[in-house]
Write a protein that binds this ligand. Structure first.
Ligand code: C5P
Length: 418
């Protein structure tokens, strides 16, 4: 399953199951929807209960199953109007010919058809039926009406059917349906954060991970950076509405959802990509990468042989990426990182000035519980003098939580800029 599943959307889904053999797939669908973090309540028609029991859905959804409209006990729990309001989306899967006809007519003679009329939430249907019934003029006419009414119809798959026919009418697999629901909410959430998020409308470039400097075709100089802090910041910036590009050295992490990733190997490549992003338009540049300070003066064209007892390799200084970007005319808001073992404040302020940064986040790498490779971090943030901000202490927390506090610090500083 994709890493997207890590993003939990706290949305309420009503899964309505109607009478059809595909109802067995709906049990798995409940599980897949819950994997995405959705709250699921199941509504069953009378027909559905001929194929699968409410108990199955109760166990899978961890919620009572709703089966009748006029049951005083059920209405006392969560009545049909309350249920209609609770839903962020109603997914009818499988949707039988019969319920499609009822929806098209506006009938309200059971719980599901009443919910359909009583809800403001989007209603999706996944029709599943014999291919001849799908193709029938009445069905197609009803579907046309429902499309015009704003309902989202998930076109059935074609293939072998339970009745032995071959044709269109199969309910799509639960994984595909759950993914469609997830993508729908992600897109909605994105539209919202792009308009109202803390970094709405901002273009952010982040460097992350180590760089690798070749010695010969098989060897290189590098460091232990894993890229976790930069990747966490990238996902926080995306969630805050930014358009994020991550320039990543060789690391084994998955690309955060929604983020554009550019893989590089050497410091020079990281600088080239950074300059490219600057020219594309960049509002905030965050340098979390552990760039190799030196590279080999001349990379050997062939593997260096083991000869003498010692080996001298001449190194030359790599360009300072963050300092180079900060010197450009159209400079973005510049954020640096520093790993120190002592005199944190003094060194941090020195780097703020020498690299012309707006903000620098420092961690104490003499501590073994934070920093390189760890999932947690603790930092002190310093701002350039012009912001007139006191330093901020970010107490030990997950790199995601630290990332959120860093974004808040960036936004505070940006808001003070005239
Ligand atoms: O000087 P120092 O390596 O401690 O500075 C760390 C900060 O500068 C980090 O933000 C790092 O990503 C950035 N840096 C850079 N290019 C270099 C060296 C460091 O962008 N060559």
């Amino acid at each position: 399953m994709s890493s997207n599943v890590n993003i939990k959307l706290n949305k309420n889904i009503i899964l309505a199951v109607t009478g059809g053999i595909a109802a067995y797939k709906s049990a798995v669908l409940v599980r897949r929807l819950k994997d995405y973090g959705f709250n699921v309540r199941v509504v069953m028609t009378k027909g559905a209960q001929a194929f699968i029991t409410p108990l199955t859905f109760q166990a899978l959804s961890s919620n009572p199953v709703h089966t009748t409209l006029l049951d005083p006990e059920a209405e006392a729990g969560m009545g049909h109007i309350e249920l209609a309001r609770w839903a962020d989306l109603i997914l009818v899967a499988p949707a039988s010919c019969d319920v499609i006809a009822k929806f098209a007519q506006g009938l309200a003679d059971d719980l599901l058809t009443t919910l359909y009329l009583a809800t403001k939430a989007p209603v999706w249907i996944a029709p599943a039926m014999n291919q001849q019934m799908w193709a029938a003029k009445a069905t197609q006419r009803n579907l046309k009406t429902l499309t015009e009414d704003g309902m989202h119809i998930i076109i059935p798959d074609a293939g072998e059917q339970a009745c032995g026919d071959i044709g269109r009418g199969r309910m799509p697999e639960p994984e595909a349906l759950a993914e469609q629901v997830f993508e729908y909410f992600k897109t909605q959430e994105r539209a919202y954060t792009q308009q109202f998020g803390l970094l709405a409308g901002k273009k952010v470039t982040i460097t992350a991970g180590p760089t690798r400097e070749a010695i010969d075709p098989v060897r290189y100089i590098s460091n232990h950076s894993t890229g976790k802090m930069g990747f966490a910041l990238a996902s926080v910036c995306y969630a805050a509405g930014a358009d994020v590009t991550l320039i990543a050295g060789p690391v084994t992490l998955n690309t955060p959802y929604g983020v554009t990733r550019k893989n590089i190997v050497s410091a020079q490549q990281m600088l080239d990509e950074s300059m490219y992003m600057l020219n594309q338009g960049c509002d905030i540049f965050i340098a979390t990468a552990a760039v190799a300070d030196y590279r080999v003066a001349e990379i050997a064209p062939h593997k260096i042989k083991k000869t003498g007892d010692t080996l001298d390799i001449a190194l030359i200084k790599n360009p300072d990426i963050v300092a180079t970007i900060a010197q450009q005319e159209k400079r973005p808001f510049m954020v640096g990182f520093a790993a120190e073992t002592q005199n944190i404040e003094q060194y941090a302020n020195g780097k703020l000035i020498s690299k012309k940064l707006d903000m620098i986040a420092c961690n104490d790498v003499s501590r073994t519980d934070i920093g390189f490779g760890a999932d947690e971090n603790a930092m002190t943030v310093f701002f350039a003098k012009k912001y007139d901000f006191d330093q901020r202490q970010l107490e030990k927390a997950s790199k995601l939580k630290i990332g959120e506090q860093l974004v808040e610090a960036i936004v505070d500083a940006l808001n003070t800029k005239s």
